[in-house]
Design a protein around this ligand. Structure first.
Ligand SMILES: NC(=O)c1ccc[n+]([C@@H]2O[C@H](COP(=O)([O-])OP(=O)(O)OC[C@H]3O[C@@H](n4cnc5c(N)ncnc54)[C@H](O)[C@@H]3O)[C@@H](O)[C@H]2O)c1
Length: 320
């Protein structure tokens, strides 16, 4: 099968590309390398076609989509950090760029997998979060909600086109972590804490650290993505793709300190110090994983300790 992966030089995208190559698919990647990196594709570089371009270029996107059977749309300005620092750029990429991809899939009748996010649910207190739940967001004056809103527009657009025949499925990722996460990137908490622990720096925890997340090892993230895209039973549906084991950030920090044998201590910093005034965080974020289990037979099974060990092994092998 011919596949196109937008954002394929990024963290999740490059793992997906590895799997697609391994499964003998023909893979094309479009990436502008804004946060992605060619070293992520080192192992498969000679097996794929890499196009350095932006998804804002509708003509290039249309040509590449036309050459593919299935399109995995992962390119995005990712994460709260980028959205707060560059709200306009992020909104344009995450709406206009996605629209280019979706429109090209419609035009060429190509299957679309849209990568979305648990941020969609906003600050809802309802746990676990189910795919059809209400979204609870803050004011438009708080920049972080722009990411959730842009991804929601993408979902709406894909769902609306599906009513007119677009074959598509949507995955909402929950805190993916693993090798290739870039601690200089948008602020993945696992990557930041691991780097700090290895460098024997204080591990910075926002607030009191009692906020929880469900950390999902990247192999599971990729497996859920593949199943949602390629299993016909997933067509037209939205899936939470995440591990439903809840971990507080303070527990994550102490686990990483123990695992790395670091002499670091935990340093609490306020949200305001890190993200500026008026920042709103979500206290908990737990996926309801029933639909992915029922429809795709998918279960994010890699335990946190195991996934952290694998991430650490990669880190030690590549950061000398
Ligand atoms: N990592 C997570 O836990 C997580 C959680 C929820 C959703 N997601 C979604 O998963 C997808 C992949 O995220 P990631 O974590 O791998 O982040 P990433 O930053 O590593 O990957 C994004 C990729 O898109 C590329 N890109 C950005 N703007 C582009 C543009 N205009 N044109 C072409 N390429 C562009 C970047 O260079 C990068 O390679 C994104 O859609 C993101 O919203 C990730």
């Amino acid at each position: 099968m011919r596949t196109l992966v937008t954002g394929g030089a990024g963290y999740i995208g490059s793992h997906l590309v590895d799997r697609l190559v391994h499964l003998n698919h023909e893979v094309t990647v479009i990436d502008d390398l804004s946060t992605g990196n060619l070293t992520n594709l080192q192992a498969v570089h000679s097996d794929i076609r890499f196009v350095e371009a932006t998804i804002l270029d509708a003509d290039i996107v249309e040509t590449l989509v036309g050459d593919a059977d299935v399109v995995f749309h992962l390119a995005a300005a990712v994460g709260v950090g980028h959205i707060i620092e560059q709200p306009l750029r992020s909104l344009v990429i995450n709406t206009k760029g996605a629209e280019n991809v979706i429109t090209a899939c419609v035009k060429h009748d190509r299957k679309l997998l849209l990568a979305s996010t648990s941020e969609i649910y906003g600050k809802t207190a309802k746990m676990p979060m189910s795919e059809d739940d209400d979204r609870v967001l803050g004011s438009t004056t708080i920049a972080r909600w722009g990411y959730s809103t842009a991804k929601a527009i993408d979902e709406h657009l894909a769902l609306a086109h599906a009513e007119h025949g677009l074959r598509m499925s949507i995955v909402r990722y929950f805190n993916s972590y693993g090798p290739r996460l870039d601690p200089r990137g948008y602020g993945s908490v696992v990557a930041n804490l691991m780097r700090q622990a290895i460098d024997n720096e204080p591990l910075t925890v926002h607030g009191d650290g009692s906020q929880t997340r469900c950390f999902t090892y990247v192999d599971d993230t990729v497996e859920g993505t593949l199943r949602a895209a390629l299993d016909l039973r997933g067509e037209g549906k939205i899936f939470n793709v995440g591990n439903d084991h809840e971990t507080s950030i303070i527990d994550l920090a102490t686990t990483i300190i123990a695992m790395t044998g670091s002499s670091s201590a935990v340093q609490h910093i306020s949200y305001e110090q890190r993200f500026g005034k008026g920042f709103e965080d979500t206290k908990r974020r737990i996926p309801d994983v029933q639909r992915a289990r029922d429809v795709l037979d998918f279960n994010a099974g890699v335990a946190l300790q195991d996934g952290l060990q694998r991430t650490l092994a990669w880190w030690r092998a590549t950061h000398r």
